[in-house]
Design a protein around this ligand. Structure first.
Ligand code: ZN
Length: 92
């Protein structure tokens, strides 16, 4: 299945949030700190995995939102075009 980088990122984010909700509900239900650890590991691993979805043209993470002074801004949303090279991220 061929997907645009943007679609891939949103699919990844949905899975990430759904799984996060399942884990956090386990934390609340069981009060077991293991589930807490699982939850925070999931957040860390998930964010890293999502950051691996990159612009096919220049390799910049699709979560890249541009620069604010010296700071690179990343967020859980994807612009229509790559903020680094302008590549159309909705293209398959
Ligand atoms: Zn790019």
């Amino acid at each position: 299945m061929k997907m645009s980088p943007r679609a891939k990122f949103y699919l990844g984010t949905s899975v990430f949030i759904l799984f996060g909700l399942v884990l956090i509900s386990r934390v609340v239900d069981t009060q077991e700190y293991w589930w807490g650890i699982a939850f925070f590991s999931w957040i860390a691993i998930g964010s890293l995995a999502l950051a691996q979805i990159r612009c096919p043209h220049c390799g910049t993470s699709v979560a890249y939102q541009g620069k604010l002074g010296q700071l690179s801004i990343y967020a859980g949303l994807v612009r229509t075009n790559c903020q680094n090279c302008g590549y159309d991220l909705t293209k398959k």
